[in-house]
Ligand binder design. Structure first.
Ligand SMILES: [Mn+2]
Length: 262
């Protein structure tokens, strides 16, 4: 069941975005995000703004290079935080050292899970998604790139050079990934296990670029995944969940999702 009714702006409590993979703050995706932030500021009084990881194609949180590079976006987000909205930024697999980042009004989270607690009692578990698949190799890799020694050493490198290198690596790995078929059943099984461990009836993840809305039969839980950003989009939580899609200069479209009722 899909409905294109716009949610009542006053009922919108949470907006989430992820996997935008912004390269520079002037690229089309950055412009689309800034437009969304502007519209959000004008229309909603949110309890939560969730940046669910991989907002940038590469971001390193130690030092000021990347903070300066994305200054305009940082300022747009600060304006929303100033309105009393809790801004949560979960680290994705293209982002490193976010425990060192400090943006005004933003809480950076490098743990696997964050639970957003709405005033009406609803609790929503959030995860980027890459950590659902912690194979032996990936665990070893994470241990290395997240160690403080490694982060310190990387901070000594010329940051412009590091930026260009990591963007090139990311581009190459995307090319490879476009041939990879996603094992949807496996992803949902892993995600469901994670969600059960949080005890939350609602959960949102990113990373897989597939618009799942999983209501497992016989269970009173709902699991959502953020859609691919080829079409700029966000997930809204009002009474129900909505996906918001927009294109430059056009009215946004809302798609109401089949939702688990309270
Ligand atoms: Mn990711």
């Amino acid at each position: 069941m899909v409905s294109y009714l716009t949610p009542d702006p006053q009922s919108v409590k949470l907006v989430a975005v992820s996997d935008i993979h912004i390269i520079t703050q002037d690229d089309d995706r950055a412009k689309a995000l800034r437009e969304l932030l502007k519209q959000t500021r004008a229309s909603y009084r949110l309890e939560y703004l969730v940046l669910l990881g991989d907002i940038f194609d590469f971001y390193f949180g130690r030092g000021s290079y990347f903070e300066d590079k994305f200054q305009a976006i940082k300022e747009d987000i600060a304006l929303i935080a100033q309105m009393g909205t809790k801004v949560i930024y979960l680290q994705g697999n293209h982002e490193f050292g976010l425990e060192h980042a400090s943006w005004p009004g933003v809480e950076f989270v490098t743990d696997k899970t964050y639970v957003a607690k709405l005033q009406d009692g609803r609790e929503i578990a959030l995860t980027h998604g890459d950590l659902l698949f912690e194979s032996g190799h990936y665990k070893t890799y994470l241990k290395l790139v997240r160690s403080q020694v490694f982060i310190f050493l990387v901070s000594l490198l010329p940051q412009g050079w590091l930026d260009r290198l990591c963007l090139a690596v990311s581009k190459a790995s995307r090319k490879k990934n476009s041939y990879r078929r996603l094992a949807h059943r496996l992803i949902l099984t892993k995600a469901l296990l994670w969600q059960q461990s949080t005890g939350c009836r609602w959960a949102i993840m990113g990373h897989f670029h597939v618009a799942y809305n999983y209501l497992p039969p016989g269970k009173k839980t709902q699991l959502l995944c953020m859609d691919e950003w080829q079409k700029p989009n966000a997930l809204l939580l009002a009474q129900d969940f909505y996906r918001l899609y927009w294109r430059d200069g056009k009215e946004p479209t809302f798609k109401r999702l089949l939702t688990l009722t309270k």
